[in-house]
Design a protein around this ligand. Sequence first.
Ligand code: GRF
Length: 208
Amino acid sequence: MEKIRIAVLVSGGGTNLQALLDAQHDGKLPDGEIALVVSDRAGAYALERGRKAGVAVEEILKKECGDVNRQAVFEQRLETALAEAKIDLIILAGFLSILTESFTRKWDHRILNIHPSLIPSFCGAGFYGLKVHEAALARGVRVTGATVHYVNEIPDGGEIIAQKAVEVLPDDTPEMLQRRVMEQAEWILLPRAAEEVCRKLASEKEKK
Ligand code: GRF
């Protein structure tokens, strides 16, 4: 069966990208192939991870997309990179740019995102990075976790694919909780969900 070509979009350190690369290396992503890493931040360490794994990497920076219609130019450049690499599936792994509805519609059920909480808690506009864990601790929840979902025009609002719960411990700081959620949920959940979606897309491709 033909593999599903994946682009991973990143902005930062890329530990979730690393989990995907490791899964591929270990044969746990048999129906997918990570073909491109795109960063919207200059020099993101995730790019280095991609390069080390022999994957094509590209920076697409908003500030280089002009002052007029910057978002549209950015998305157009992204589309071009995705088309050139013949991408079938996009995975957002710590990607901080918001994609507009005109983009997400074109990629309906072909964009995944990982979010570090149990959606619908602590999600949506403004909930990213440590802010998510700060909010969970402030609310006093005893359980949090991570969610992989399809991406639509509503931030963190698309159909849920997989979730995993993680315990909150009494003396947790946001940093400690973030690390536990990554180790116990994100890095396990994302490669699994990616394979599940790739398997589905690959069998659909085969039928065509
Ligand atoms: C992760 O917590 C992910 O859930 C969120 O952004 C963070 C990215 O971390 N969307 P990394 O760049 O994968 O290390």
